[in-house]
Design a protein around this ligand. Structure first.
Ligand code: ADP
Ligand code: GLC
Length: 468
């Protein structure tokens, strides 16, 4: 069975968040299953990976976007270094950028990626068994292969759409239809939602099946999906919740080259302490105090707007008996508030930016990881932290409620339900009680490290779905 995953991100080529981790790992684990050949197609970016690896040009052609003729090249990484065949679609001017997102003409960029990919497959006579589309950036593919004559060769190829984040739907005005490959006009309703082209809605309508990255999140979409609630209810017969795994080869505290001190479940207590001491020293924190960490985008979705108040209130209420460290970036107001507190409080450390190495060090060093997300389709941070012996404190939502069970019911994490500063601090106070009971804390560290979040099970579930 031949599967093409289409995605704008893939670790380690280009990563903005969890989408990259999933697309960098899932095909690798799928390829370990008999008779499965999973590949990845992504846009070409000006990233170190592409300069450090050798590629063959496997296709060179042209597509039309409105009245513009665009050159399309497809480059294949020569050695399959990632555990799967990697194809990068390069379109000068649109798909040759430094980063996946953040450009004002991104609708053109993503249309070009989808059009260019399907043009290449059709022109070269490549007919996969499955096209697996990830998020709205590739959400028009199921429509295009059914209703654009240019891709009639691909008509009938089965499509799966995975919703990693339903907060982003890629809506664009109907004017953009002029820049799409020509399609059967009377099918316009399959593109439309509330008077605009909505790629995520179109993916739900036109794919053979769609998935969310946890069962918990799927249930939430029925009541909260930025306007698509009724659509997901209508289409629930082809909806599946499949929880993400983690790449236990990349995220292995025993071999992770990004850590100062490697460890396993047997020596975790001593080695984590050394990691923590090193990190605290570097950031001026107090290693004898518990360390709470947050890693992520400063977005309301992640509850990052709570962080400034959590910082000052928790430090004040505990009389300075804890450390907090935050790594991330995003909303400017949150960044500025946190910078101010970084200056005021010696128990607080802030590192603004995206730093893969530092994130690994924090997962290995912290005692607790905070995830006060309002929305969390799956969440990978909690799984990384658990694997690295750091106790997750999570809001009971989406993938977080599927992966973190509270200690009160026999789990190894801490849950809270209401998204608010006081509830976060209450959860932190529960954490402090545990931290001060040494034996209990050590048991918790080991219990977290023993959880099995490997991709094997979920990779199998996707294959079963493809076969269906
Ligand atoms: P999302 O994709 O919604 O941001 P996930 O929990 O699925 O959330 O994945 C986030 C991924 O991005 C994790 O691998 C996390 O370690 C990483 N990450 C987030 N922010 C940063 C940062 N500032 N520096 C390094 N890694 C980060
Ligand atoms: C999205 C979601 C996150 C999920 C990730 C990978 O970025 O916000 O919860 O873990 O995709 O599926």
């Amino acid at each position: 069975m031949i599967i093409y995953h289409l995605s704008t991100e893939c670790y380690p080529v280009a990563k903005v968040g969890g989408l990259a981790d999933v697309v960098g790992a899932l095909p690798k684990y799928q390829n370990k299953i008999k008779d499965i050949d999973a590949k990845v197609v992504m846009p070409w970016y000006n990233k170190s990976f592409v300069h450090d690896h050798e590629f063959d040009i496997v296709f060179d052609g042209f597509i039309h976007q409105g009245s513009n003729m665009l050159q399309v090249q497809v480059l294949k990484e020569k050695t399959n270094a990632l555990g799967f065949e990697l194809f990068m679609v390069r379109i000068p001017g649109l798909l040759d950028r430094d980063n996946p997102y953040g450009y004002s003409d991104e609708s053109f960029q993503f249309l070009a990626f989808q059009h260019g990919t399907l043009h290449w497959l059709s022109a070269m006579g490549i007919r996969p068994d499955i096209l697996h589309c990830h998020d709205y950036h590739t959400g028009l593919v199921p429509f295009m292969i059914q209703h654009c004559p240019e891709f009639s060769f691909l008509k009938g190829v089965k499509t799966i759409g995975t919703i990693h984040n339903g907060e982003y739907q890629g809506m664009m005005s109907w004017e953009m239809a002029n820049y799409m490959p020509a399609f059967d006009q009377y099918k316009w309703g399959l593109l439309d939602w509330n008077g605009v082209i909505n790629p995520l809605a179109s993916m739900i309508k036109c794919s053979n099946a769609f998935t969310t990255v946890s069962q918990g999140y799927l249930e939430e979409l029925f009541v909260s999906f930025r306007g698509l609630e009724s659509l997901v209810r209508d289409e629930f017969g082809k909806a599946y919740g499949i929880i993400n795994g983690i790449d236990t080869e990349v995220w292995n505290p025993e071999t992770d080259p990004m850590l100062d001190f490697n460890f396993n479940v047997k020596n975790a207590i001593a080695q984590k302490k050394k990691n923590k001491e090193r990190l605290c020293k570097e950031y001026g924190l107090k290693p004898e105090l518990p360390l709470f960490a947050f890693i992520g985008r400063f977005a309301t979705e992640k509850g990052a707007d709570f962080l400034p108040d959590v910082v000052w209130k928790s430090i004040k209420q505990s009389y300075g008996a804890l450390n907090i460290m935050i790594l991330g970036s995003g909303n400017a107001y949150i960044e500025n508030k946190l910078k101010e507190y970084d200056y005021i409080y010696s128990n607080f450390a802030l590192d603004l930016g995206y730093k893969e190495h530092l994130s690994h060090k924090i997962y290995a060093s912290a005692d607790f990881l905070l995830m006060p997300s309002r929305v969390e389709p799956c969440g990978l941070n909690q799984m990384y932290s658990m694997r690295y012996g750091t106790v997750p404190i999570v809001r009971y939502t989406g993938g977080l409620r599927d992966t973190v069970e509270d200690i009160s019911t026999g789990g190894a994490g801490i849950n809270f339900t209401f998204p608010g500063v006081d509830d976060i601090i209450h959860a932190m106070n529960r954490a402090l009680l545990i931290y001060n009971k040494k034996g209990e804390m050590e048991n918790l560290i080991r219990a977290n490290m023993n959880f099995d979040f490997a991709w094997e099970k979920s990779a199998e579930k996707y294959i079963a779905l493809y076969k269906n």
